[in-house]
Design a protein around this ligand. Structure first.
Ligand code: HEC
Length: 268
C-alpha cells in the first residue's frame, strides 16, 4: 500500500523535478522516443547490464511488444531468470544484500528518468571516474560518492579525473585555476574568508574500452531512451495503478473542494 502512494506521488512529479544537487552541468541526452530500435537496444542493455541489481518492477517485459518485439524475441533476448513475458520486471537480488555490498540499495529504475530527468541519467552513466578512496574504486561527477560500481567500464574504458581549483569567498567562486599552488597563493594574498575547493572539471582517458567514445555515447543514449520510455506514466502497471490513481484523484478532488469551501466561506 505504502509503495503505491510513493509511486503515485512520483508519477505526479514533473519531469526533471529534481534539482541537480551537485550543481554539475548536465549533458543533453538528445533522445528520440519515437525510435523503436533505440528503445529495443536500450531494453537489451538494461536487462543485460543493469538488472543484476536494479528492477523496473512497475512495468512488464511484454511492454516491449509495443515497440516491435515479438513474444519469443522478448523471451530469448530479455529474460534470463525464467520470468513470464507477461511478468513484471522484478529481480531476485534483495535490496538489503545490495545495501550491504554497496553501502546503498540499488533503487528500482521504473521512474528514474522521470524523477531525475533524462539528461541526468545520461550524464550520470558517463560520469564515473577512478577514485581509489572509494570501496568500488570509482566515484561519479554527477552523483558524488555513489555506491554503484562503473558497470559499463569494459565498454567505455577507464577515466581519471581532471581537477580544477576554485577560489571561493564564502560560497561564491571568485577565480578558477588548473594549478593548486596558484589557487593557494591567491587565498594567501586575499587572506581571511577565502578558501580553495577542488572540483572535478573533466576526465582524461587512461584506457579505451571495447567501444569508441561515439559508440559508447550511443549505448548510454539507448539505455536512457529505454528508461525514459518506461517512465512515461501511461506505461505504468495499469491493472494495479489505474485504481489507485483514480482513487487518489477522487480523494484529492474532494479535499480540494472542501478546502475551497472552507477558505471562501467568510469572504462573501
Ligand atoms: C552491481 C550492482 C549494480 C548494477 C549492475 C547497476 N547498478 Fe545502478 N546502482 C547500484 C547501486 C547500489 C546504486 C545506489 C547508489 C547510491 O545510492 O549510492 C545505484 C544507483 C543508480 C542510479 C542512481 C539512482 C538514484 O539514486 O537516482 C542510476 C540512474 C543507476 N544506478 C542506473 C544503472 C544502470 C542504467 C545500470 C545498467 C547500465 C546500473 N545502474 C547497473 C548498483 C548497480
Amino acid at each position: 500500500m505504502k509503495k503505491w502512494i510513493v509511486l503515485i506521488v512520483m508519477a505526479l512529479l514533473p519531469v526533471a523535478g529534481f534539482a541537480n544537487e551537485e550543481g554539475v552541468e548536465l549533458e543533453s541526452a538528445n533522445i528520440d522516443l519515437s525510435d523503436n530500435a533505440a528503445i529495443q537496444r536500450g531494453a537489451k542493455y538494461f536487462t543485460n547490464y543493469c538488472m543484476g541489481c536494479h528492477s523496473a518492477k512497475y512495468v512488464r517485459y511484454k511492454l516491449m511488444e509495443k515497440v516491435g518485439l515479438t513474444e519469443s524475441m522478448i523471451k530469448d533476448n530479455l529474460i534470463f531468470d525464467g520470468s513470464k513475458v507477461g511478468g513484471l520486471m522484478k529481480i531476485a537480488m534483495p535490496s538489503e544484500y545490495a545495501a550491504g555490498s554497496f553501502g546503498a540499495p540499488a533503487p528500482d529504475l521504473t521512474l528514474e528518468a522521470r524523477r531525475r530527468g533524462s539528461d541526468w541519467v545520461y550524464s550520470y552513466l558517463k560520469s564515473f571516474y577512478t577514485d581509489p578512496s572509494r570501496p568500488t574504486g570509482v566515484n561519479n561527477k554527477v552523483f558524488h560518492n555513489v555506491g554503484m560500481p562503473n558497470i559499463l567500464w569494459e565498454l567505455e574504458g577507464i577515466k581519471d579525473p581532471v581537477y580544477k581549483y576554485e577560489v571561493k569567498e564564502g560560497t561564491e567562486t571568485v577565480a578558477e585555476f588548473d594549478s593548486e599552488a596558484e589557487a593557494e597563493q591567491m587565498v594567501k594574498d586575499k587572506g581571511e574568508g577565502f578558501h580553495v575547493e577542488k572540483v572535478v572539471s573533466g576526465f582524461s582517458k587512461r584506457s579505451q574500452g571495447k567501444l569508441s567514445d561515439e559508440e559508447f555515447d550511443g549505448v548510454v543514449r539507448d539505455i536512457t531512451t529505454y528508461l525514459t520510455y518506461i517512465a512515461e506514466p501511461v506505461r505504468l502497471e495499469r491493472e494495479h495503478m489505474g485504481v489507485w490513481v483514480l482513487l487518489f484523484l477522487v480523494v484529492f478532488t474532494i479535499l480540494a473542494y472542501l478546502m475551497k469551501k472552507e477558505w471562501w466561506k467568510d469572504v462573501h
